[in-house]
Design a binder for this molecule. Structure first.
Ligand code: SAH
Length: 501
């Protein structure tokens, strides 16, 4: 039951508005008012993980609330079509609500969905994909199991492939450092500020990384090394970056330093080696710019090797201080196996891997294809890709630096005719020029790996209109407890006229 009823609109109230102070005016125009408390019905969950509440027919976004709940909320902000409210207390809880396991879930902001059971998170992520396909792509989605009464051509969207243990999955930690009396702290920035909150363990981080961060903080404190202060640009140690190869156990520590030297470097390195037995590489990156970008341009090895190694499937990857590498290696393998499965290679195919990064998918494909062409805009990533191809003895891959939408048309002009095109674009999806070129090249199959269901749906519409059929979609949970939704879609050349409408 709400406290306020919908205001009557009319000439009278319009005239009164001009005479009222703005706070009162808000109350008259909108069915809710700032700073007032209401009871809200929560009817949905946004892509950002906020509850969608209704009060007097008005939409209020309520962080922390879940669909199916009734909650007492306090309005923070009112806009024309919707507003924001703070969750005061849950009056009727969703059966999917759980107590967030992490004690700093509310303050940290790194995870958004810990208050939702993992099973419900996976259902929510599937629904985001389904909604995008239907609403943005105007594509028909098949029902699940016995409910499937959908028409021919309706697209199966499979359940999200989750993790058996959705914790400690990250292989990389990047922690900003600060100072308090008595030593260094490091953890995360308090919400809406750059105040650093100290943290000893992150539940989605590999335990070895947490251990590295704690030990480095201790060692730096005992050596009296200062932390960088963003406001003044003074102080030395900016970030500690810890990386671990899940399959090899090899550990890399990168100290990001505001300056050219680390005082007592030798003692620092010796202490790290003593405290962290698995360490294979200790690097220092210099970043003297007043910026919130973590890395500067120069990296030196202080001790050990320049790289650590890890495997995805049976492909070995070299990981350097700056190289891009997927942060959840367990689910990355699941994602790539799905992409490989959808590529349906028999050994002789020509394949294009667009947005190839360090060539991870390309190398997976190369083991089963005739020739693979990878393209990526970041030159350092392509250098890593070439190195990784050599490391695995894969000679049937060619990598190019550039924009996919510019390089692939030149390949077309050169007479390259792919049987399969794989794309894995950033959040904004594929450029229209690339989609046009793909349609002109007309490969047998297209595999679309996506981190954003909205742009996926937009691009699938173009491909379907251009003569492809969406066969199926498999979402994979790469980032449990966060709102990220990754998926793999298989499209095939539509020769039968059996489209998706
Ligand atoms: N397939 C890789 C990386 C995917 S992330 C993997 O699985 O690891 C998307 C990649 O696209 C990033 O590496 C980014 O640098 C690259 N990128 C962004 N815009 C691009 C463009 N227009 N052309 C080619 N690559 C681009």
């Amino acid at each position: 039951m709400s406290k306020k009823s919908r205001p009557t609109k009319g000439k009278d109230s319009a005239r009164k508005h001009r005479e009222q102070p703005s706070s009162v005016r808000d109350e008259r125009e909108y069915p809710v008012a700032k700073n007032e408390e209401y009871e809200a019905e929560i009817i949905g969950l946004t892509h950002d993980g906020e509850g969608v509440g209704r009060v007097n027919g008005f939409t209020l976004f309520v962080a922390g609330a879940l669909p199916g709940e009734r909650a007492r909320v306090k309005v923070l902000k009112v806009k024309k079509q919707y507003g924001y409210a703070k969750l005061l207390n849950v009056l009727e809880a969703s059966p999917d609500r759980i107590a967030a396991p992490c004690p700093i879930f509310d303050q940290c902001g790194g995870c958004q969905l810990q208050h939702l059971s993992y099973e419900a998170q996976l259902r929510h992520k599937r629904q985001i994909v389904v909604d995008a396909l239907e609403r943005i792509g105007k594509l028909p989605v098949a029902g699940v199991g016995a409910d499937d009464t959908s028409a021919a051509g309706a697209i199966p969207v499979h359940p999200v492939i989750g993790m058996p243990n959705p914790w400690n999955y990250r292989n990389k930690a990047q922690v900003p450092l600060g100072e308090v009396e008595g030593g260094l702290v490091g953890g995360f920035y308090a919400q809406g500020s750059h105040r650093i909150i100290d943290m000893d363990a992150c539940m989605i981080q590999h335990e070895a990384n947490d251990d590295v961060i704690s030990k480095v903080k201790e060692i730096a404190s005992s050596l009296g090394i200062s932390a960088y202060k963003e406001e003044t640009g003074e102080g030395l140690l900016r970030h500690v970056v810890a990386k671990i190869g899940f399959r090899t156990g090899e550990i890399m520590v990168v100290l990001v330093v505001n300056g050219d030297k680390l005082p007592q470097q030798e003692a620092f390195v010796d202490s790290i080696r003593e405290a962290i037995p698995g360490v294979k590489s200790i690097c220092m990156n210099r970043n003297t710019r007043q910026t919130n970008v973590i890395f500067g341009d120069r990296t030196d090895v202080l001790w050990g090797s320049e790289t650590i190694y890890d495997y995805i499937g049976d492909i070995k990857f070299a990981i350097s201080a700056r190289s891009f590498y997927q942060v959840n290696p367990v689910q990355t393998e699941v994602l790539y196996r799905t992409a490989l499965d959808y590529a349906a290679l028999t050994g002789g195919e020509t394949v294009i891997d667009a947005y190839c990064g360090i060539g991870t998918i390309s190398l997976f494909l190369a083991q089963h294809a005739g020739r693979v062409y990878g393209v990526e805009i970041v030159a350092e990533a392509i250098a890593d890709a070439r190195r990784n191809a050599a490391l695995n003895g894969l000679a049937n891959v060619d990598f190019a630096v550039g924009k996919a939408e510019e390089i692939i048309p030149t390949w077309r002009a050169d007479g390259i005719t792919p049987d399969v095109i794989v794309v894995d674009p950033p959040r904004k999806g594929c450029e229209p020029e690339l989609l046009d070129t793909m349609l002109a090249m007309r490969p047998e199959r297209i595999v679309y790996v996506s981190c954003n269901p909205a742009t996926l749906a937009r691009d699938l519409r173009v491909l379907v209109d251009g003569g492809y059929r969406v066969e199926e979609v498999t979402p994979v949970d790469m980032f449990p407890h966060t709102v990220h939704v990754e998926s793999v879609t298989q499209l095939v050349k539509n020769e039968t006229g059996r489209g998706n409408a």
